[in-house]
Design a binder for this molecule. Structure first.
Ligand code: FUL
Length: 472
């Protein structure tokens, strides 16, 4: 008896974890993905002119916030559930929100705060005090800098990066915008992307670099707030640059054969435009929830733009809407209806608890269910103590070992014991939320029908959304 128990224990302890499959996230990319929602802040001369793309000829004095309060941004962001803030330190008009030594078109040149103002300083301090991560957007396209369109501009841009990335503490994300509206007869800048990326790596080795193609995270391919129905965090980026990227469809859905880990980031604005305009109303709670489902719920991070007004504060109507959004998310997702359930898989790696299906239901991110290596399909049955009513199914793949699953279905069991398919999907990735018709059942079955290597899941949840009537 003792001998058998010892043997069992030895076998359980010695079953190795699955080997990583394909590209995997760096620890920084994993931590970034776990942030789930960050706040984007577009602020600058356009806030005062009402333009979306400034010409670069705006007089510096146009930038004149009457009551800048970055702590208010941070407090609002925290209450809304954002984990970090990314500020447009320099948009296409070239105006720098900090006294960039290689530019004469900055806060230093304007009468606001007698030329002593520095929005990067205020925001980075506020983020540090409030416990939020701080990120920087710097537009490579520059409609003001006289060097733009010549190779000398690359040096100016590198010095610009150097100034922004050395003086304001840790930067969690460096955002490289890809836009250029110069047109066929406009200036043509050949960017030295290699040097730009190297500069960020040297100065902020932990920063995630965003551009159309990453390398830290990629553009999702649209500004409407939706990742692909299937969304791979993998894509091949060799041979591409941020100025020459794969098609928007590929950016939207990634590439299951992709050779790099470049997860999708979904940037979208609370308003119609990126900069604040009094005439624009914030998106409704329903629209925001929909965006949440099509971004966070489709293996992408949501970067929601909340533009401050001409005071330099988030307008009341916007912060109220964000609070309503937060309340809705809490109402839906605080109560995981499967949290006291049990889970059983048709195949489990080794014996014992280490890879058992129950690991889907605990709150430990790093515990997961995995079957034997040769399994690429699997079934897990989740049993609740009594029938429960739900319309959202949340699944998480354990991405530190790669993204594997390419097709799955979800069934519920009726009183007579018959199974009915209620939802299906392609990829899962870090997080997938399926919107299904409202159903009542005590048993849910996850069927993984295709996976590139043995599937590995670490999270499962059932929720009821009474707010957004949608099964998309
Ligand atoms: C685009 C820019 O042209 C918009 O103005 C905005 O900054 C958006 C986030 O990226 O490429």
């Amino acid at each position: 008896m003792l001998f058998a128990a010892t043997l069992w224990l030895l076998a359980a302890c010695h079953t190795p974890a699955p080997a990583p499959y394909g590209p995997t996230p760096t620890p920084q990319q994993l931590a970034w993905q776990q942030m789930e929602m960050n706040m984007f802040v577009h602020f600058g001369p356009n806030t005062f002119t009402g333009l979306e793309w400034g010409t670069g000829e705006e007089p510096e004095d146009i930038f004149n916030p009457t009551d800048l309060n970055c702590m208010q941004w941070v407090e609002t962001a925290k209450k809304a559930g954002f984990k970090g803030i990314i500020l447009t330190a320099k948009h296409h008009d070239g105006f720098c929100l900090w006294p960039n030594p290689v530019s004469q078109h900055t806060v230093r040149e304007c009468s606001w705060q007698d030329g002593k103002g520095d929005v990067l300083r205020e925001l980075s301090d506020a983020c540090a005090n409030g416990g939020l991560a701080f990120g920087i957007y710097i537009s490579p396209w520059d409609r003001h800098d006289p060097h733009y369109g010549t190779s000398a501009y690359n040096k100016v841009f590198l010095q610009t990066l150097e100034s922004a990335l050395t003086n304001y503490g840790p930067v969690f994300e460096q955002w490289f915008d890809g836009a250029c509206g110069e047109g066929p007869n406009g200036k043509k800048q050949v960017y030295d992307w290699h040097a730009f990326f190297q500069k960020v790596t040297d100065l902020q080795p932990n920063a995630i670099m965003f551009s159309d193609i990453g390398p830290g995270c990629r553009w999702v391919g649209n500004e409407e707030g939706h990742a692909g129905l299937s969304c791979w965090s993998t894509m091949t980026i060799d041979g591409y640059t941020p100025s020459h990227s794969p098609s928007q469809d590929t950016l939207n859905s990634g590439d299951p054969q992709g050779r790099s880990w470049v997860p999708a980031e979904t940037d979208v604005s609370l308003h119609k435009g990126w900069f604040y305009r009094d005439s624009e109303e914030p998106k409704s709670v329903e629209q925001l929830l929909d965006i949440y489902y099509t971004s966070v719920g489709r293996n992408s991070l949501l970067l929601l733009n909340v533009p401050p007004d001409t005071r330099g504060q988030i307008a009341t109507k916007d912060s109220l809407r964000l609070m309503e959004f937060r309340t809705a998310l809490d109402q839906i997702f605080t109560n995981n209806l499967a949290k006291d359930a049990t889970a059983k898989a048709n195949n489990t790696r080794g014996w014992g608890k280490r890879f058992s299906a129950d690991n889907l239901l605990d709150s430990d991110y790093f515990s997961y269910w995995a079957p034997d290596d040769n399994q690429t399909t699997a079934e897990i049955v989740i049993t609740m103590p009594e029938p429960r009513t739900f319309n959202r199914v949340m699944l998480q793949e354990y991405i530190p070992l790669g993204q594997r699953i390419s097709a799955f279905e979800v069934d519920t069991q009726d009183e007579s014991g018959e199974w009915h398919t209620v939802g299906k999907g392609g990829t899962i990735g870090y997080k997938r939320i399926l919107r299904i018709p409202t159903c009542t059942s005590s048993k849910v079955r996850i069927r993984i029908t295709a996976s590139k290597a043995c599937p590995i899941l670490n999270g499962f949840g059932l929720y009821m959304d009474d707010i957004l009537d949608s099964t998309l």
